[in-house]
Design a protein around this ligand. Sequence first.
Ligand code: 13P
Length: 249
Amino acid sequence: MTITPLIAGNWKMNGLRSSLDEVAELAGLLTTGEAPRALVVICPPATILHTVASAGATSGILAGGQDCHTAVSGAHTGDLSASMLADAGAQYVIVGHSERRAAHGETDEVVRAKAEAAIGAGLKPIICVGETESERDAGNAEAVVASQITGSIPDAAGQHEVIVAYEPIWAIGTGRTPSCEEIGQMHNAIRRQLVERFGEKGASTRILYGGSMKPMNAREILDIENVNGGLVGGASLLAKDFYTIISAV
Ligand code: 13P
């Protein structure tokens, strides 16, 4: 089965309207160079989501949100629903990023409800999982991730497209990554679990790697079996770096 890889940039709480220059530069690189072999997604802050979605449209850059509420609408000051993101031009939304799990106390149950809300609004949720350093050191990485997968992925993933992102927490923003062997083992374990639960659909679900993916290491990581793309933080902020990662596919 061939899965078209997907490279998503998570801008986190970075990006102003002036960052549109980077999108324009990336659009230029994507349309003048060799056609990318991956789907390209940028998840900017919600304030510029609509502009990024519009600016990227002609060059095939897709847009995504970074989080959504579980509810469709209502009295939730400061929150955004999945349908609002869709209305602003998003096709994807990150849910359950470790920074939200940690800073906003998001449990697997909440993440699962957010993924369901995303699917309900016609978005493709990018569902994040990943162990802490002490969980890995204790030899529990696979068990922790397996339980996050069970708890965070809704049954609707059997009929709808979801994307899984494996992001070891200790690799995020640190410049450290697991070895290729460790990444491969985890992605294989996630694949087995997805196939067991969702059959064919699980076999074709993209599993992205995230955590200090850089122009320098992208090629070797993207080459690993069952790594179907990347979720890139810091290196997605500069068009040139992000383009190099996209070109590594
Ligand atoms: P970095 O690429 O900056 O390590 O961030 C990874 C990440 O958290 C993407 O969601």
